[in-house]
Design a protein around this ligand. Sequence first.
Ligand SMILES: Nc1ncnc2c1ncn2[C@@H]1O[C@H](COP(=O)(O)OP(=O)(O)O)[C@@H](O)[C@H]1O
Ligand SMILES: [Mg+2]
Length: 438
Amino acid sequence: MNAPILISVGGGKGGVGKSVVAANLSAAIAELGFRTVLVDADFGAANQHTLFGIDRPGATLQALLSREVESIEAIAHPTGLSRLFLVPGVGAVPGAANISHAQKLKLMRQIRGVDADVVVIDVGAGVSFNVLDYFSLGDLRLVVTSPQLTAMQNAYCFLKASVHRFLRARAETHAQREVLKIVGSARETDRVAELRARIAEEDPSFAVALEQVTRGFGGALIGNMLEGPQQRKPLQALSRMARDFLDVDLPVAATLTMSRALHESVTRRRPLVLGHPSHAASRALRELAERLMTADVARIRELRRATIALGDDVSDEELLGVTLIDYLRRDERVRVDHAARVWVRSEERPARVRDLSASGALVEAAIEASEGDPIRLTLVGFEDRPALRGRVRHVAISGAFCGVELDDESQHVAAELLADGVPRKTSTLPPPLRAALA
Ligand SMILES: Nc1ncnc2c1ncn2[C@@H]1O[C@H](COP(=O)(O)OP(=O)(O)O)[C@@H](O)[C@H]1O
Ligand SMILES: [Mg+2]
């Protein structure tokens, strides 16, 4: 059994839509074909069962914590969607939020070992260690916020607390913890890169390890309740702030507008992606699901395991290796949905190009490709251009998607294709929605 991909959903502020996003995302991932378990780890305000129309959740995490059941699978409830199960949280029991450290560790171990392809973890509000630790479980960590100033402030504080806890967790030896403490307490600035630069004076290899750890943070920002496209701007600013001050990449991976349908889906107790699959928000959530399922989780895990004992001489290769993560780079890609033909291992197949940038593409096709395979692409309607050539950088676990890194020559071709009007995904929206977004 492979360890499941863990996706945590947090964000600091209550009421910004964490649970709604977690519920819909889980459903969308299950619909992609992955066996998915949604864990309601919002101790004190657990409500995922309500979002799925489950009246009496029966055994909850409480049963696991009080040892009435042995395994998390024993309390995984069906949701009506064949591949999606819900582990209901503890809400009604007074004091349930105060679980002990030992119980927390046990539960975290159980979550990591769930027999599923994907586990989505809905963490509660606030920045308590409990919340941060469940958030840190995620290979991919989603920060949900609305564009409202207070929500974004909370999201930033949440992220900052999370990054700092993440760094502290990497300090393995007593000496390293001391270095971190001394340097940390003396700082008058918040920049993690500066913190690291000072650590480098004391312990260079530790500083490199810390850099790898922030590179492998695996974060993404989800904007919710937008009242118009202009509200993407503050979200982008938050994303830049995360990079500049906390040294983590936090691409805006999805935005959802304020919508009555989404609101009503809560009252109707059925996730929007199931009840209204063609709604714009459902489409955005499905795209997010696809995007997360094609993220390079193996790479993120590798970065987080970054070895501390690199020694003082860090080669260029090691430094170079940490700067590129496909998942983080994908943000600069233009979302398209274009018919194409691919050639890989001397087989030709129809395909769809989902993302395109001057350096790479995300391709959906029924092909058997492995990392490193040479691949060739032509876009339908652009057969007069040279084919795009490159290498497969990673293959989604489902096998249906692969990330392609383009060769140098093809990068010019891709840039020209984008400049010459490969249709953007947004231009294929139905007219009323296009008008609404204009
Ligand atoms: N995009 C949206 N448009 C309209 N209402 C929304 C949207 N997202 C969330 N809501 C509403 O906000 C409420 C709070 O969302 P919830 O997911 O429970 O927040 P959190 O888990 O962050 O506390 C939901 O009950 C829902 O009615
Ligand atoms: Mg919630």
